[in-house]
Write a protein of this length. Structure first.
Length: 166
């Protein structure tokens, strides 16, 4: 006698497998920060390897852009060598883990960068209204990059570097 699974059962099992693998892929973890690529990208030890983490919902100035070095220094001072908690939200098109990073004192690295005026709220990718409020406060206080009367968003900078307008 042979067993024949119904198409519905197969669909259910495939859906269950996908749901379980997605929840495992996006599991939070803690690890030591072993590298800072730039203001919004760090490397955190996870499963015995340095995993590249892109901070969710923000965009820091690029290297070579005003405040790019300052954003990287700020991230280094706040996180390098410390054990952080990584709340995974996604994986980006470059294969990086996208996450909110919580520092040992319980503060959000993502929010601290915006609060210091060293990152834009990337509203296109984040519905975190707190980031928007922190950006508005930093702008009003002319903190960090907001001291410049016409700061260029990094997404425009990247397009201009490729010869395209923003």
């Amino acid at each position: 006698m042979t067993f024949r699974a119904s198409p519905w059962l197969l669909l259910f099992l495939c859906s269950l497998k996908l749901a379980l693998s997605s929840s495992i892929a996006f599991a939070d973890f803690s690890g030591r920060v072993v590298g800072v690529t730039d203001g919004d990208t760090i490397k955190v030890m996870h499963n015995s390897r340095a995993e590249k983490i892109r901070l969710h919902g923000i965009d820091c100035p690029e290297k070579g852009q005003p405040f790019g070095t300052k954003a990287k220094q700020f991230t280094s001072e706040m996180a390098f060598g410390k054990t952080v908690t990584v709340h995974v939200t996604d994986t980006d098109k470059y294969g990086r883990t996208v996450a909110d990073v919580i520092l040992p004192d319980g503060t959000s690295l993502n929010r601290e960068l915006v609060k210091a005026g060293l990152a834009w709220w990337y509203g296109k990718y984040s519905g975190d209204a707190t980031l928007g409020q922190l950006e508005a406060e930093a702008r009003a206080a002319r903190r960090g990059l907001w001291a410049d009367p016409h700061p260029m968003p990094p997404w425009c900078w990247r397009k201009m570097e490729k010869g395209r307008g923003c």
